[in-house]
Design a protein around this ligand. Structure first.
Ligand code: B12
Ligand code: SF4
Length: 457
């Protein structure tokens, strides 16, 4: 069967998001290729296409199956692509965190869909196509939603058994990441799942059972990225890269023994790192570690069920700095229970941590998260994190929308409009070859910070 997996264009010209590879689609493409299908992967977002060109490409391709992906903030974009694709495709399917979270309701949002896949799709997507080929007799395979049909949960695939993402179908030269330290950018997964229970986190796709690939498998893929695709920098998208210290050590030692030049960034928890480990990571090419710090207020950390203390963050950031690594802090401002003073305390806390980069967000309950269940009746009409494109979604906060908007803007401008962060960003943009993307993102931030009305709906 001919399958076209497509990532649609930007929602509109104001979308300044960075073109990062659609890793989920690339994994699904590899599984479908392995099952014997003919697969194309169109990344209209990274190629900078407009919607007219995208529609013409769908009309010319006339795929047997059009496959789309969606996380909730871009579900409207997937819906638009499904509408456009419907007349040209035999069947239209959707996967990703959004259908995984909302299940059958996705067919009310996108009536053009023939099926949706819940969770990791390396086994269920080929099974769905085989089910259709054999006449769709009996219930759909596990992990597959079909309108009105019974649904059976699928077990996640064994990671060592699934093929590597089909990056040869992607425009690998088009991807950029602002904090990369070398040109040539890719993303990668070395583990899936996370055993923690942060209330704002949607673990619907990969679940709570942490599954990891071996250091040799991980470094084999890195070697392929360096040699076949000329990738200089990799962002590990693992939920919890540092969960098992011995595995991180194994990956670093394997990298060092093969002499790869690739540099990388990973996500860590402030309770999961120490100075010797960070030093080894630095020697093995790590350049930045991102931490979910979330807040400088213990009550907020407890509310979010982060399972860390405020005091653990300074130690992790000091060790990261001492190891010669850059640090990125993810921060949530204005969670329920926080007033202006508490938000300001978190902003000051970020400065005291000496973080190199900070990403400030508001607390947005996403379907699929415990917070969404809890907060639903109390959602306030707060403003949104400027880097999100989904301005219609409500923020969970006790602050007035104007106050949260003002605090978010002052947090971003107060942190980045200083000589050191500006210089660092400029240096990274040059080293990663992301000057154009960086300028576009800065312009979007500037429009948001000084462009007048709060981004409330
Ligand atoms: C990288 C990433 C991003 C990147 C880029 C996303 C991209 N376009 O690739 C950036 C930084 C832009 C981003 C931003 C945000 N993100 Co984000 N992000 C991620 C992250 C860390 C990894 C995504 C990834 O590549 N995973 C690896 C691949 C293999 O998994 P996958 O995409 O889910 O694909 C599998 C299945 O879903 C399925 N599948 C996927 N697509 C398809 C298609 C078909 C046809 C089929 C059959 C199957 C299928 O099969 C795949 C293989 O098993 C995830 C967390 C995670 N661990 O997944 C969060 C996540 C997707 N992000 C999330 C959120 C909330 C956000 C933000 C709102 C955060 C914020 N406050 O800023 C913004 C919103 C962006 C926007 N546009 O408005 C949530 C989404 C929740 C939801 N219900 O939608 C997640 C799940 C984080 C979390 N745990 O809560 N994000
Ligand atoms: S936020 Fe991070 S640590 Fe918390 S549950 Fe999600 S992936 Fe795990």
């Amino acid at each position: 069967m001919h399958v076209l997996l497509a990532r649609p264009p930007r929602r509109d010209l104001t979308d300044a998001g960075l073109p990062v590879p659609p890793l989920g689609l690339a994994y699904v493409a590899a599984a479908l290729l392995q099952a014997g299908h003919t697969v194309d992967l169109l990344d209209a977002y990274a190629l900078g296409w407009d919607w007219g060109r995208f529609e013409r490409a769908l009309a010319a391709a006339k795929p047997g199956v059009l496959g789309l992906s969606a996380m909730t903030p871009v579900a409207d974009v997937a819906a638009r692509a499904a509408r456009l694709g419907r007349p040209h495709a035999g069947r239209v399917i959707l996967g990703g965190p959004h259908p995984t979270a909302v299940r059958q309701a996705v067919f009310d949002e996108m009536p053009e869909l023939d099926a949706a896949v819940v969770g990791e799709a390396e086994e269920s997507a080929p099974a769905l196509l085989a089910w259709w080929s054999s006449g769709a007799a009996g219930p759909p395979p596990p992990g597959v939603l079909v309108p009105g049909a019974p649904f059976v949960e699928a077990d996640p695939p064994e990671l060592s058994a699934i093929p590597r993402p089909a990056r040869h179908l992607l425009p690998m030269g088009s991807y950029r990441y602002l904090f990369a330290t070398r040109p040539g950018f890719a993303t990668m997964l070395t583990s899936r799942g996370c055993p923690f229970h942060c209330t704002f986190c949607d673990k619907g796709v990969s679940g709570s059972r942490w599954r990891a690939r071996s250091p040799v498998e991980v470094v084999d893929e890195l070697e392929e990225l360096e040699k076949r695709y000329q990738v200089g920098f990799v962002n590990f998208y693992d939920d919890n890269f540092t969960l098992r210290r011995d595995r991180v050590v194994g990956i670093c030692e394997e990298l060092l023994s093969r002499g790869l030049r690739i540099e990388w960034k990973c996500e860590g928890r402030v309770d999961g790192v120490d100075l010797p480990l960070l030093r080894l990571m630095r020697r093995a090419g790590c350049r930045t570690v991102a931490y979910g710090v979330e807040s400088g207020n213990q009550a907020t950390l407890d509310l979010l069920r982060k399972d860390v203390t405020v005091a653990q963050a300074p130690a992790a950031f000091a060790a990261t700095r001492a190891a010669g690594l850059r640090s990125l802090a993810y921060i949530i401002l204005g969670a329920p229970g926080e007033g202006t003073a508490e938000v300001q305390r978190t902003i000051d806390f970020c400065h005291s941590l000496g973080a190199d980069y900070v990403q400030f967000s508001s607390l947005v309950p996403m379907p699929g998260t415990p917070l969404f269940q809890d907060a639903r009746p109390a959602l306030a009409a707060g403003p949104k994190n400027p880097v999100d494109s989904d301005l219609a979604r409500r923020t969970a906060t006790d602050l007035a929308p104007e106050a949260l908007d003002r605090l978010l803007k002052s947090a971003w401008t107060g942190f980045y409009l200083r000589p050191a962060p500006l210089l660092r960003l400029g240096e990274d943009a040059v080293r990663s070859g992301s000057l154009v993307e960086g300028a576009r993102l800065c312009a979007a931030m500037g429009r948001w910070a000084w462009g007048g009305a709060a981004a409330t709906t």
